[in-house]
Design a binder for this molecule. Sequence first.
Ligand code: ADQ
Length: 475
Amino acid sequence: MTNNPRSGDVAPHASFVVVANRLAVERITDDEGDLGWRTSPGGLVTALEPIMKAKEGAWVGWHGSPDEELEPFEHDGIEMIPVRLSEEEFAEFYEGMSNATLWPLYHDSVAFPEYHREWWDAYVSVNQRFAEAAAEVTEEGGTVWVQDYQLQLVPRMLREMRPDLKIGFFLHIPFPPQELFQQLPWRTEILKGLTGADIVGFQVPGGAANFLRLIRDRLGYETKRGEFVRDDGSRGRAAAYPISIDANAFQDLANHPDTVARAEQIREDLDAEIMFLGVDRLDYTKGLRQRIRAFGELFQSGQLDPEKAVFLQVATPSRERVDEYRRLRDDIELLVGRINGDMGQIGRSPINYLHSGYPRQEMAALYRAADVMVVTPLRDGMNLVAKEYVACRTSGDGALVLSEFAGAARELKQAWQVNPYDINGMKQRILDAASATPTEKRRRMRALRRQVFTHDINNWAESFLSDLGVEVESK
Ligand code: ADQ
């Protein structure tokens, strides 16, 4: 275990270990200029926190600064195990293989995936380092839950080092059909890597089906009703576990008096009769080009009146060193500028574009303020924004326009569903949602809320872990 900063100094002791590309904490600098950590916002951390605390949990992940080596530390009752990445590994493993090869390939190749052998080499050695770190801390017979596309080799590596462990893997993004996946020069290695897990979890049944077909055809594994048999005769399972949000926490946040006041303020500032909202990471999978074009045409044709309607698009900066993301940002800014230049008036722009991340409470205020939420990815594993909007509509109104190509579309059937490649169809559905009667909106929202509140992030974690054979206290 040459690469691990902990080597040899700690006996395996954790019974439940999460392995993710990033640690569950972010660096902060306090008023005195001292460095500290705060828990990252996000459903995964929130859902796993109680289990980790109850079970002597550890979280293995990168801490976010290249070339820095850190000792394990405790944060809020959970042991954090930082894995080091060099600047070069960050470029090759993370920006390269993870985000310029696997990310586009797994999202229907909506951008061209690049294949570079040195990126692959970095991917293998970084996965090995994560696997070693997990192997070192997990106690005999313990459980390791590996997260996402950056770490697909970890399950097999870990299984080889520690056959006594229970290993789960969950893929947060889509798993592509065979026709696309087989482009990957390292397809066999990835499939082998994943089958090291006892349970390989996907967002939707289609992902599990794609995976099972591939391991049957490529690895020659026998598969039956979600089960697969490895070369050595041992068995694993592949199934769908649709991820969700902490619906009650969002609801409470949306009902907080400060949020209510902030939502009113947003509406006042926008000064429009109807507000449409988009909230996404600035990513080419999210369908921003098509969505903005659709709104541009609706304003241009007068189907939406720029004096009465406003479209607010919030885009979180993302992966800004990857070329494709830079191009996307330029394109979006050009498109928005052109539409506002053509259609705007002094002090009034039909499209309000904000390139920034916001605290959770501001997000809840935005959701509360918006009459119509427009979520139109070209492909998305799940899409939590759609579920967050629903959870924040505490008065039971509002309308959700949702792409058929988001995993969430399988659950959120009462949304106004669209094909984001069909700009005319999307324009029509946006208008349909906006002009539906209050009764129709409420009827649909009631069903959506029922779905989101009965399938929250705790249900997700519990169903995965109980299938893995981990006892989870029901809350
Ligand atoms: P993402 O691609 O990041 O996640 P999504 O599921 O929509 O997509 O989650 C985005 C999260 O970021 C949401 O919680 C949202 O509130 C937050 N967010 C977005 N814009 C923000 C902003 N400007 N400021 C602050 N917060 C913002 C990947 C997959 C998804 C899958 C999730 C979880 O691509 O398909 O649903 O993981 O598995």
